[in-house]
Design a protein around this ligand. Structure first.
Ligand code: DCM
Length: 130
């Protein structure tokens, strides 16, 4: 073991709406919604990982901003962290997800999120200006 590895998740907000992505895998998470993201590669900064993952998953260019919410411990020494992101170029496409949705604060409270992302809802609602 070489210590903690980070998984980044991006809170991409535009016009009072947050972008959510619907998972296709594994079967127990398929159909649930998440903040898009993924594992930070060795030697990569979290901000670079946010940019790379959103390029790969959504086909967009973003800048990564401040962290939001609490750390979420995952399996195998991974820790999940959320960062704000700003769209710089492109329109998000579901390149690796089943679907995408821009949700407002009310919709965020009603949609079926993956368990790991649920603790961030109060901070996200505040950012959306409920
Ligand atoms: N993950 C999560 N919430 C997110 C993004 C990722 O819980 N918003 C978890 C799912 C996996 C791990 O992080 O356990 C790696 O993500 P992926 O399977 O998408 O590479």
């Amino acid at each position: 073991m070489t210590g903690e590895r980070e998984v980044v998740a991006a809170a991409l907000i535009r016009d009072g709406r947050l972008l959510l992505a619907q998972r296709t895998r594994p079967p127990e998470l398929a159909g649930l919604w998440e903040l898009p993201g993924g594992k930070v590669e060795p030697g990569e900064t979290p901000a670079a990982a946010v940019r790379r993952e959103l390029r790969e998953e959504l086909g967009v260019e973003v800048t990564a901003g401040e962290r939001i919410g609490a750390d979420v411990p995952l399996h195998d020494g991974l820790v999940l962290r959320a960062y704000r992101a700003e769209l710089v170029d492109g329109t998000p496409q579901a390149l690796e997800h089943a679907a995408l949705r821009w949700v407002d604060a009310r919709e965020l409270g009603e949609i079926a999120l993956v368990d790991n992302d649920r603790g961030w809802v109060p901070e996200l609602v505040a950012l959306l200006g409920a």
